[in-house]
Ligand binder design. Sequence first.
Ligand code: G3P
Length: 477
Amino acid sequence: MPATSPLLSPATRLLAEQALSRSAGAPLLGGNAVQLLIDAEAHYAAWLDAICAAQRCVLLENYIIRNDEVGRAFRDALAERARAGVFVAVVADWMGCLGQSGHAFWQPLRAAGGQVRIFNPPKLGQPFGWISRDHRKLLVVDGVQGFLSGVCISAKWLGDTRRGVPPWRDTGVALRGPVVAEMQAAFAQSWAEAGGELPPFAAVGDGAAGDVALRLIATQPASAGIYRLDQMIAALARRTLWLTDAYFVGTAPYVQALTAAARDGVDVRLLVPGSSDIPLVAGLSRSGYRPLLQAGIRVFEWNGSMLHAKTAVADGQWARVGSSNLNLASWLSNREIDVAIEDAGFAARLATQYEHDLGHATEIVLSPRKHRRDKLGGATERPARTRHDGGSSSRAATGAVRLANRMGAALVDRRVLGHADAGPLALGALALLLLAAVAWWWPAVLAWPLGLLCAWLALNLAIRAWRERRRRPGADN
Ligand SMILES: O=P(O)(O)OC[C@H](O)CO
């Protein structure tokens, strides 16, 4: 499947290389060194070590940076480097950080000379602009060391020993080599999007640091590189495709790609949280298991506090690690950053970790009457649930999209619905019945919010029209 796979002839390999480059929108870069990072403790140690040793610049972009002991350790390390004359720039997402950290949290860093930009706060003229989030987890230091991951900066990832909550399971990588210049360029785009250009830096180290070939896929809203790549990998996999995801809500084309691979005999596995920080989404994700299981895909639920990793490993040759969840928010509307690695050594390390993770997971199997959960050998009991503070843009979106998909399919008879669709459909029917009752007896309860929504949209459209009218002709060229 991947271009380097020994399973392919040279001609097929060339074709696969072309297909992967075009679908990802990213060329294959050789000469890199990659280190696998497992769980937040290893991440925070490596990230803080790199920040504390920075001599020229630190570029940090993260969806959530929380005002707790972990967030403050990062902020203080960044402030110390800024005081020492290092260029420090931080992009944090407005929605990810909502209720997690505010203006006052960043004051010490700004006072030390560091710069902080909050990505995409609500703006007049963009009533649905909030949907697009900066969901990346990226750190670049001195142009020579880069990190990307699923890990945010929050003590939540470390668990809570007093309450018996183990650390979250998450995955990232530390990178050196030519890819770091690409990571820096990806940060520069987010920085510019959040308010203005980065100052020019001295040339970054782009010399070879190892022998790993990879693609850096830094997506922007609607660029969909990861969406195309995920489907392409499902199409090209020949023996194994092992996926881990925190908020899986597959679209029909993606589920079709996975089921087609499984029906061709590919060993397709999906590892998802058993106890999610968003129980509603976990429940809705579960309702999508049946078509996967019926096609022969093996589904596993993690028994720990929360599985937050976003990884894929295929045919012992290809691996993906990063911030993208397998759902529409990540595929189409967010800024994400992932790395697709074509290296047997790295793929073997990730596959070994996957098998280790399955030792702490419960396999979900179909039974004639209901789903039955089979424990794997060595599986552990599920610990206490995680706290439900903090938010992901994926969460509400994934639940709403799945429910809307089911209802849409039922109403227009677009696809065959199964037993597992009954629950969401009944929920939708109940909600619509309640709405109908409210509209009948208390119309003002619906009319007022609808009127306000229309006024709000009208105001935003008018502002947008006014701005467009004031733009100089040709300003887009
Ligand atoms: O959107 P994610 O995947 O970074 O997840 C964020 C967490 O859900 C925060 O609780």
